[in-house]
Write a protein that binds this ligand. Structure first.
Ligand code: MN
Length: 365
């Protein structure tokens, strides 16, 4: 675009040039010389530009010649199809923990801003849904891994029990009835799992979950014997004995259960031995318990714990060496009071030669 200044210069230049019509031969010669001079100058400038253009082209051509070859797409070095024969390193064990069923608890949505609804019927539906999703997850992983064994840790709070006044006032069943139902459901679950695995190993925490206590106040001596968990376990053991060739039923006495899965040490604790002061997950409390356990195990020359399992807080959390399980019951009025994010859920994961992997938490809302 021509600026005003340039336009003025042009006009002035034109006005200095005599009109061709009025020019004498001398004036015409002078004009032609002037034009030749202009054209020469323009020619030089264009030649200059051409040189520059050629130089740039050469530089780019050189750079392209020296550049490494361009790889388009993903380089697939190994076949992605599933291996036909498996190596020992492909063996994995499935883990499907169960906790906080709170059989007998009825949660009315209106009391907890519609965050949840719970009853025996809903519990049965959630157990079925979770099992279906676990089996789907299992079949997917069987495309790659050799999974023949399933470990089911049981972490307690099977029943809503009688430790609080409200449990007594509003339970759907009496505690003995609830304990029998939980036992039958647990035994039935193990029988169902036995259809999908060569071995099903139950690792039950005999020491009561807080809600399984027979007495309002906690006891630590004989707490497994004086607990509704004993009834749950004995009923479940009886039901599971129908597939005794496949189901191994282990019950651990005391508040903590130690067991091994593919060489990794697991320590299960219901969770009520760690206090919470804010209602939420006691991060430092759990860490403190883990540190204390590590110190006393080191002193006793026992191998360190690889994974801690907790239930109790009805909130799911997965850390490198700790898994806090969600509850089957979901948000209770107590969870609601504490502002807990407690959707009902179940978890499952695999244990391979390097430990826990492919962890899944199902939301059963
Ligand atoms: Mn609980």
């Amino acid at each position: 675009m021509t600026t005003t200044l340039e336009r003025e210069k042009k006009i002035r230049r034109k006005s200095r040039r005599p009109s061709k019509l009025l020019a004498t031969p001398e004036q015409e010669l002078a004009m032609l010389r002037h034009e030749v001079k202009d054209l020469r100058r323009r020619n030089l400038r264009l030649a200059d530009e051409e040189v520059q253009r050629l130089t740039v082209r050469q530089v780019v051509a050189d750079a392209l010649a020296e550049a490494p070859p361009v790889v388009v797409g993903v380089v697939v070095q190994k076949s992605l199809s599933a291996p036909v024969t498996r190596k020992p390193s492909d063996v994995a064990i499935a883990c499907y923990p169960q906790t906080d069923w709170h059989t007998g608890l009825e949660v009315k949505p209106g009391e907890i801003q519609d965050y949840n609804s719970y009853s025996w019927k809903i519990a049965e539906r959630r157990r079925r849904e979770a099992l279906g999703r676990f089996i789907e997850w299992l079949e997917m992983h069987r495309q790659v891994y050799d999974i023949r064994e399933c470990v089911v840790p049981g972490l307690g709070d099977w029943n809503d029990g009688t430790i609080h006044l409200e449990n007594l006032m509003f339970c759907e069943f009496s505690t003995p009835q609830a304990a029998v139902r939980s036992g039958q459901a647990l035994g039935g679950l193990l029988l169902e799992l036995a259809n999908h695995f060569k071995v099903v190993r139950y690792e039950g925490l005999g020491g009561a979950g807080n809600h399984d206590r027979i007495f309002v106040k906690p006891i630590y001596t004989g707490n497994a014997d004086w607990s509704w968990t004993t009834v749950v376990h004995e009923v479940a053991r009886d039901v599971a004995s129908r597939a005794s060739d496949k189901i191994v039923f282990n019950v651990h006495q005391g508040v903590r259960a130690e067991f091994s899965i593919r060489g990794k040490v697991f320590l299960a604790d219901h969770g009520d031995s760690v206090r919470t002061y804010t209602g939420g997950l006691p991060w430092y409390g759990m860490q403190h318990l883990q540190d204390q356990e590590a110190r006393r195990r080191a002193a006793a020359h026992k191998p360190p714990v690889d994974y801690f399992l907790f239930g109790h807080w009805h909130q799911e959390d997965k850390q490198r060496d700790r898994i806090v399980l969600p509850s089957l019951c979901g948000t209770t009025p107590y969870d609601h009071k504490a502002g807990r994010y407690s959707p009902p859920g179940q978890t499952c994961f695999l244990i391979g030669r390097r430990g826990v992997f492919n962890y899944m938490c199902m939301d059963l809302s």
